[in-house]
Design a protein around this ligand. Sequence first.
Ligand code: AMP
Length: 559
Amino acid sequence: MSESKLILDYVLGHETSQPERVYLTQPVGDGRVIDYTWAEALEQSRRMAAHLRSRGFAPGARIAILSKNCAHFIMAELAIWMAGYTTVAIFPTETAETLRYVLEHSEASLLFVGKLDTWPQQQAGVPAGLPAIAFPLAPETTLETWDAIATRTAPLQGRPRRGADDLAMLIYTSGSTGLPKGVMVSFGALTRAAEGIVNDSRRRLGTGGESRMLSYLPLAHSFERSWVEAASLVDGGTHIFFAESLDTFLQDLQRARPTMFISVPRLWLKFQQGVFEKMPPGKLDRLLGIPLIGRIVGRKVLKGLGLDAVIQAGSGSAPIPADLIAWYRRLGLKLFEGYAMTEDNSYSHTSNEQFGEPGYVGVPLPGVQVRLSPEGEILIKSPGQFSGYYKQPELTAASFTDDGFFRTGDLGERRPDGLLKITGRAKELFKTAKGKYVAPAPIENLINVHPMVELSLVSGLGQSAPYALVVLAEDLRQRLADASVRARVESELEQLLRNVNRQLADDEQLRMLVIATEPWSIENGFLTPTMKVRRSRIEAAIAPQVAAWYASGRSVHWA
Ligand code: AMP
């Protein structure tokens, strides 16, 4: 791949060389879909690009997209790029307050409104007078529509180019603390990361044949944007399917029959819990252990999940328990963990067949340099490195070492063969009253493998010993009115506490497990839009009860 070629050059190349190949498949309700070939997608984008240009925004103007994943998200982004502007994609689950913050901070000139569940509430966050255009799948609005504009506007002609240092996008990271930061992504960084991802996938999947992906993790986040959108734009050989809704997810998967599937730990856990609802873990485990039968059973389970055509699967964006990876591999799914972040365009580390030990996040992708600071902080220099935080030069300067490595804030250990293990967040470490630092993530991993547990959070700043809050699996939560179910939960968790503590150093051992009765969700603000646990908010919500739990001396509590 050529160093000087940028993402738009690849896209325009596919438009010319394979105009009739289907690129995007969009469900439009009642099981119907619309396919867009490369020529059709680009024609739509060229029409919208011409329209955006006609509005006369300054070069580099920020244009926002608020939408769930859909074909028009990608077509709008291409239009924004071809017109000479910069995309700001906002999580479709974001509140009106955050929407306003991002639109104002980025000084967005226009907003695309797409597929959304909560637009009536979100509208309040749109500054008065901001021009907006509705995608075909947007909720009912009085806004001008994409289709009306595309019908009356002639396509932009020629082969628009952007410079390597021009900004392709600002990605607002909805971190687990504080206000979102605008990560500036240049065309150069985006392209180099996408090329690296494509090369990595080709090595794994082999070239030739069609690869298929289902795009369902939020495109506003860097993981999906780089690994699905940008990679498919560079590659040209991937057919992207979209999902219709949460309710149709399994049908959407079965339509796509993805060959490559990426997800986040929480969803990998949910899929597993779905399997356990149909077959108890012990029985499945026994069946998987029988030669030949085990393979057939594994395939059947994967088929039920819609993942039987998957050649490679990935997990990233948060820690995943090693046992969970091992469980999927036993089913026959090649699940590999990766580690990266918005600031390197999600191009940093992945595991693979050779370096794939569960519990490690893999080795650096080609071109990525890594080292550890004396404190154990992971420092990364990636070809996908961002250009800084928008309007925050001081924060940008503080985020890099003198020789240009990004300070990730993550703590890690490296094996001599290069395998990296994430041991926690520098900021997440807390000290118990014994003055010993505790890193919560590895302990949470031990807890999260239990089939009754959906999520957990280890805390205990200044306490005599740490404790863990746990959210129970959904099916279990629905049966808690039954006293015998509650009793079984308590006894299982007591057993879990003993098992976990056996694996921990003395100073890390948990005093108790506390069952959170309100599940953590994106809606109640306890999870970020990418389902990371917002520690400080959860800790603040339960703070008034903590002293009583410690005083009671019991090992399992209901919050
Ligand atoms: P984001 O910018 O939202 O992608 O978040 C990046 C952060 O997610 C990293 O700095 C890590 O703290 C965390 N992260 C990503 N992948 C992993 C992983 N495999 N294991 C543990 N933490 C991860």
